[in-house]
Write a protein that binds this ligand. Structure first.
Ligand code: NAP
Length: 420
């Protein structure tokens, strides 16, 4: 008998897909996974804020019906050590839209990384990270308000393909022999060997998603970030395939940077999105010096890993950076930081990353009024310098509050806005 711990609220209805579009009922069942370490603290706080915003925005016309799903340590307790039960995977598929806290991958648990497994099992091929500045948040930049980008990072191939052979292993020897003897490659003895596959299929579906997002959200450009000057057939090919998608599938909506200058004299027409590309290393510099030149970014897995944390640091760090893993339809929104085990159950950390992932989730289902209420409440709280410890240590005269205290402050603001 399979173990069953899932209950979907009977009062809610599932999101469905019709004509390639999500159909959102007024009482959708959304999944949530609490997560490990600080996960329960931030999830409890955020659920209260999201519900308060939905109530304020729509009164009794709309309500989220939450279904708790289990993964990580909480799953292990319930499912005899299984940290990613099959019924959780099935529920994430059935419910289509879910949100999760951070997860620990137990050492020796049979998973290389639980998060990577989740992304690959559900084919959530785009890791989407919107990064923007909220006025008053401590930042190392002089003009952090110029940062407003959405990063689409490929989530299934490149280093995430996990093709790696340990130095000295029989597998490594076999690959070494093939590479040296049959392919004429030269490298040092006993090298660990990693393979970095990048396909037209994987690259094109990622860039397609980024361009669609840019069109739907009136963004100005999509920048393809790659290291094609060194790795021509993987990184360079990603860039080439990206331009190909733009040209072949979005020809009416996009122009290249070259066309912008040659055909339009450098003046971007309102209706066109500029597709450009940048080498990864210079991109880090440009995002610090001229962040206003970038808007939507599409990139390969490893570049995206570094770049998304670095850009998040420009506007407040991973404590508030939201994220989501999205496939063709299924979406799992998530806190982008880890489980910060030393702060577990202390009611101390910043819930901002999960909170804004939820804001993005509300936007994803078209509940923008509720999403906007949370963003406005957040700005008001920061303006009053009501913050958790991580921001308090970077601000003068801040009032430090707990995780739940910060949620209370946001809910008061949201309720006040309703009375205003
Ligand atoms: P981490 O959990 O992100 O914590 C590193 C540091 O970042 C914390 O010590 C804290 O800094 C700060 N921080 C993280 N979350 C914060 C929050 N909500 N508010 C304020 N500050 C926050 O990274 P880690 O220690 O490298 O990883 C711990 C575990 O998390 C590992 O098991 C790892 O595998 C897992 N992990 C999971 C995910 C995921 O589920 N998506 C992602 C990354 C890591 P201070 O100490 O300076 O206060």
């Amino acid at each position: 008998m399979p173990i069953t711990h899932l209950k979907f609220p009977e009062s809610g209805a599932k999101i469905t897909i019709q004509n390639n579009q999500l159909v959102i009922p007024n009482n959708p069942i959304l999944g949530y996974i609490q997560g490990d370490g600080i996960g329960p603290d931030i999830m409890q706080a955020c659920l209260r804020v999201w519900d308060a915003a939905v109530l304020q925005a729509y009164q009794d016309k709309r309500k989220i019906h939450w279904a708790e799903l289990f993964m990580g340590e909480k799953a292990a307790e319930k499912y005899q050590g299984n940290i990613f039960p099959d019924e959780t995977r099935q529920a994430l598929q059935d419910l289509i839209v879910s949100i999760k806290g951070p997860l620990t991958t137990p050492i020796g648990g049979g998973f290389r990384s639980l998060n990577v497994t989740l992304r690959q099992t559900l084919d959530l091929y785009a890791c989407v990270r919107p990064v923007r500045y909220y006025s008053g948040v401590p930042s190392p930049l002089r003009h952090p308000e110029l940062v407003d980008v959405v990063i689409f990072r490929e989530n299934t191939e490149d280093v995430y393909a996990g093709i790696e052979y340990q130095s000295g292993s029989a597998e490594m020897r076999k690959v070494e022999k093939f590479l040296k003897e049959e392919m004429g490659a030269t490298f040092f003895e006993n090298s660990g060997i990693g393979v970095k596959p990048i396909s037209p299929f994987g690259s094109k579906r990622l860039v397609r998603k980024a361009i669609k997002y840019a069109i739907d959200n009136n963004r100005k450009s999509v920048t393809l970030v790659h290291k094609g000057n060194i790795m021509k057939y993987t990184e360079g090919a990603f860039c080439h395939w990206g331009y190909e998608v733009a040209r072949e599938e979005f020809g009416d909506d996009t122009i290249t940077e070259d066309q912008l200058h040659r055909k339009y004299n450098g003046k971007q027409p309102e209706s066109k999105i500029v597709i450009k590309d940048r080498i990864a290393d210079i991109m880090f510099q440009l995002m610090l010096l001229r962040p206003n030149e970038f808007d939507v970014i599409a990139t390969t897995n490893l570049n995206g890993d570094y770049l998304s944390d670095a850009i998040a640091a420009e506007v407040g760090g991973i404590g508030i950076a939201p994220g989501a893993n999205i496939g063709d339809y299924i979406a799992v929104f998530e806190a982008t930081h880890g489980t910060a085990p030393k702060y577990a159950n202390l009611d101390k950390v910043n819930p901002g990353s999960l909170l804004f992932s939820g804001v993005n989730m509300l936007e994803h289902i078209g509940w923008n009024e509720a999403a906007n209420l949370i963003t406005t409440a957040y700005l008001l709280a920061i303006d009053k310098k009501i913050v958790t410890y991580d921001f308090a240590r970077q601000m003068e005269n801040a009032t430090e509050v707990s995780t739940s205290g910060f949620a209370d402050a946001l809910i008061s603001q949201i309720e006040e806005m309703g009375h205003g």
